[in-house]
Design a protein around this ligand. Structure first.
Ligand code: NAP
Length: 252
């Protein structure tokens, strides 16, 4: 792929899928704004990118806070230029069975995944539509199809699929595409936390997951980053409103 260099924003990019995506988009030639809750956490990914010869800045922001989102997107536009690629990756889990799930845990998950993706997309769309080019990718999940202990998370991830399709419909005429990727089991700190919650060693948890995955392995952050690299590329301009499962087997 030979890409026109653009300005990309990746949220929750201090680690896991977000960090791999930030590194991959930088390797495609884009300048990357690495956003995470704490600037010092985001700094690590930005330094990896610059050490590899890329361009990156690190910014601290809570994507569920409208004022912080506005200020952050303004800073990106001032320091790197108008954002043309947005990856809404920031995420949290607050798993519990419905009868034990608190309102705080419901609201926290909705706040980061749904409200965060809404606020970030609303803030960047004016840059994208005025340039006549944009790519938005939202992180959904295989859990959108339902997962025990994740009423909040599965509802948010299913909601993101509807959000994505609506962005595709509204923004298409301005040259902006919107797609969702829906990973299955990816080895990151998030799945490590799930293993700890169910009292399993991470290696055992990963191996058990792999047994039920057709390609017989857990996914990696780089598997997801590669799909996002395609969806944010020049040549993906006719792919919009799609949900792509990255799960080592069929899901729909
Ligand atoms: P991760 O390792 O937990 O990383 C998520 C990052 O998001 C963390 O650095 C976290 O910061 C940051 N974050 C949390 N709340 C934020 C907020 N309000 N504002 C800004 N940043 C925030 O997760 P991951 O496994 O890479 O997952 C990335 C995305 O993929 C998430 O949307 C997740 O739901 C989705 N996904 C993951 C899997 C999987 O198997 N791993 C599967 C399907 C979908 P802190 O560390 O400071 O909290």
């Amino acid at each position: 792929m030979s890409e026109t260099p653009r300005v990309a924003i990746v949220t929750g990019a201090a680690r896991g899928i977000g960090a791999a995506t930030a590194r991959r988009l930088a390797a495609e030639g884009h300048s990357v704004a690495v956003i995470d809750l704490k600037q010092e956490d985001a700094q690590h990914t930005a330094e990896e990118i610059t050490a590899a010869g890329g361009t990156a800045i690190a910014l601290g922001a809570d994507v569920s806070d409208a004022d912080q989102v506005t200020a952050t997107v303004n800073q990106v536009a001032e320091r790197l230029g108008a954002p043309a690629i947005l990856v809404n990756n920031a995420g949290v889990i607050r798993d519990n069975l419905l009868f034990k799930m608190s309102e705080e845990d419901w609201d926290a998950v909705m706040g980061v995944h749904l409200r965060g993706s809404f606020l970030m997309s609303r803030a960047v769309q004016s840059h994208m539509t005025s340039e006549g080019w944009g790519r938005i990718v939202n992180l959904s999940s295989a859990s959108a199809q339902g997962n025990r202990g994740q009423a909040n998370y599965s509802a948010a991830k299913a909601g993101l699929q509807g959000f994505t399709k609506t962005l595709a419909i509204e923004l298409g005429k301005f040259g902006v595409t919107a797609n969702a990727v829906a990973p299955g089991f990816i080895a990151t700190d998030m799945t490590k936390a799930t293993a700890a919650r169910v009292g399993m060693e991470f290696e055992d948890f990963k191996n058990a997951a792999a047994e039920s995955i057709p390609v017989r392995r857990a996914g990696t952050p780089e598997d997801v980053a590669a799909t996002i690299a395609f969806l944010t590329s020049e040549e993906a301009g006719f792919v919009s409103g799609q949900v792509i499962y990255i799960a080592g087997g069929p899901l729909d």
